[in-house]
Design a protein around this ligand. Structure first.
Ligand SMILES: [Zn+2]
Length: 244
């Protein structure tokens, strides 16, 4: 049920409300709405939860002097001072409770705020709840849109490049220089320099890893766009040729 079981054992004193209320809000999946006053969600969290409370809930052993072994670098002797905020004298990590949780769980600040609100049962005003719930859902939606868009680009780019490869294969034969030719046809020369390269590009786009395909996209999108324009002008010319 709870995202973080330990929360139930050691709910922090400063989280607001009685322990029972806090547990209720946790079990209610952050759906408590009857909070008066709005304000900045980040500020609300920071006012209610100290970095030390969050750090301890998320597993950090803090000494009486507020020092702990830093979770952000290999640390044998406690070099992290943790209280309202945190600061590491070893690696320089520094920030407030939201920064700490974001860094610890590799979250955005918004996601960290949301996690803290859920885990600590902090009452989030209705208008602010939308703001903190949006990022994850929005991110998912954005990712899906980006994937779909990329997929469309990929199949288009494959078509454009396959057409170019076909043309080059044709040029290789059609414009092959006869013995004794001193000047080679420019399209024959182009096929010599580009055919292997574009066969390789096709391999990348057809069967490369996602990372390879994405970096290909960023490096080559302009080149492919220009290639497409060039191919369109060829097909216009050949259509004009036929109609003439
Ligand atoms: Zn450190």
């Amino acid at each position: 049920m709870g995202k973080f079981e330990q929360t139930k054992r050691t709910a922090p004193k400063s989280a607001g409300g009685t322990a029972a209320e806090r547990f209720l809000s946790i079990n209610d999946n952050c759906s408590i709405t009857n909070h008066r006053g709005g304000g900045n969600i980040f500020q609300t969290i920071k006012n209610k939860i100290t970095t030390r409370e969050a750090a301890e809930i998320y597993g950090l052993k803090v000494g009486r002097n507020g020092m702990a072994c830093c979770p952000f670098h290999p640390d044998r002797n406690p070099s992290l001072k943790v209280d309202e905020r945190f600061h590491c004298f070893g690696c320089g990590a520094d920030g407030d409770v939201i920064d700490y949780v974001a860094k610890l769980f590799h979250l955005t600040n918004m996601e960290a705020a949301r996690k803290l609100a859920c885990d600590f049962g902090v009452y989030i005003p209705k208008n602010a709840r939308r703001a903190i719930q949006t990022p994850a859902a929005l991110q998912k939606q954005t990712n899906r849109r980006v994937s779909e868009k990329f997929e469309r680009w990929r199949s288009w780019a494959i078509n454009v490049m396959a057409m170019y490869v076909n043309s080059m294969e044709e040029w290789r034969e059609r414009f092959a220089p006869a013995p004794g030719d001193t000047e080679w046809h420019s399209l024959f020369v182009e096929s010599l320099s580009k055919l292997d390269q574009y066969n390789y590009y096709l391999d990348v786009l057809c069967s490369g890893t996602e990372a390879e395909q994405r970096s290909f996209f960023f490096e080559m999108k302009e080149v492919i766009r220009n290639l497409d324009k060039r191919e369109q002008s060829w097909s216009r010319k050949s259509a004009d040729g036929r109609s003439a």
